[in-house]
Design a binder for this molecule. Sequence first.
Ligand code: ABU
Length: 498
Amino acid sequence: DFSSIYSKDLLPNPDGEGPTQRFLQALVHILLAHVSSTFDRTCKVLDFHHPHQLMEGLDGFSLELPDQPENLEQLLVDCRDTLKYGVKTGHPRFFNQLSSGLDVIGMAGEWLTSTANTNMFTFEISPVFILMEDVMLKKMREKVGWSPEEGDGLFCPGGSMSNLYSILLARYKFFPEVKLRGMAAIPKLALFTSEHSHYSIRKAAGVLGMGVENVFLVKCNERCADICRLCKPAVAPQQGLVPFYVSATAGTTVYGAFDPLGDIADVCESHGLWMHVDAAWGGGLLMSKKHAGKLRGIERAASVTWNPHKMMGVPLQCSAILVRQKGLLQECNQLCAEYLFQPDKHYDVTYDTGDKSIQCGRHVDVFKLWLMWKAKGSEGFGSQINCCLENAEYLFNKLENRADFELVFKTKPEHSNVCFWYIPDSLRAAPRGPEWNRKLHEVAPKVKAKMIEEGIVMVGYQPLGEKANFFRCVFSNPATSREDVDLLVDEIARLGHD
Ligand code: ABU
């Protein structure tokens, strides 16, 4: 019973050792219950409440912040309820997001990371983590196909930030004067990416002052096969803009398609453009001998985004920007703040990597990945990824044979994304046309609303271009089995039936 114990009674209170241990053990007990229920298929994926219900407070769980300290009993209840009303993203029936799963070793790594509570800017306060990051980035670059001596990189907060780094570096490479003199000193720039690329490329162009509208979205088919032909505009100045950057995608967010990286590299090389590969989603396939060939050509890129928190199941967040040219990150971003990066330290200050970053403080994202890699080996990651893609193929084959479902594209998935419509009875026999499409557009949101209320399974939907709302099922959770896939299909049919 912790009802008469407060945070002031814990360490560093001289008598705090015992209460601290008991409190943390009680917390671990709550966390372990959550871990067990995450993998328990009799437990729901979520216990949904609307925002106003959570804001108003539920059964003693209040989001309001007090003026007086609350006792540790209440804090433990708050911890338990925070998990209770959240979403079990590691549940085998959570198909909603590219990042899913609950890897026990990765979670242990994250616990250790917060216990160490340090910062990645200097070797002096993160000696082990800085070296681990160095080793890990080297290994990832090797998987990309660069020589271990070549290149550089950083872990940063998510794929959008990694993509932003790529544009920042490309601009600096071609126009280094921009760092001191700003955008007025350089020509107006044009960037190219496919219409199916992640929106972070456009966002970064806005943030970096290049203008969202100066990102040219190249038309492509569902498999992105045409991007190369359509990259050709990149070679001709458009509206007085200077083309300098192409972002190819390895694993698009919705379709899981791979741009033809080799062909895009040819275009970039012959016209002197920076080639970035956004492999936030697809990068994990480099770990699989069976699927790595889908990224052939990535080794010719100048920079790569790769998010181990997606396909490799590393707890959020874990995203790397890999750069082929050594030293560029440092040159582009360093400002030599003397209170942190003193040049006369007694150790090799090239390990003070903080000035490569656009942040000052930087979270330790590497340790959980390093620990998981130790636990599985490259081969373990490879098998895990193969299983996820087998689940996708299983779903694809299953839907091909169902009259009440229709696949958005008919070719086998390249990644683990499977996109499909559920066609209720009322639409199956009806003539197709704009009205039919309008009705179809309403099906997925209705099914999803019921699905969330029931909380047994969770999958996302979206429209894309002219296409009415469709479901996107993605597999990155190694806990998912074929029975879970069967259940997903049955649930959609049950909830959507009319
Ligand atoms: N780049 C964020 C991915 C979002 C998703 O899970 O679909």
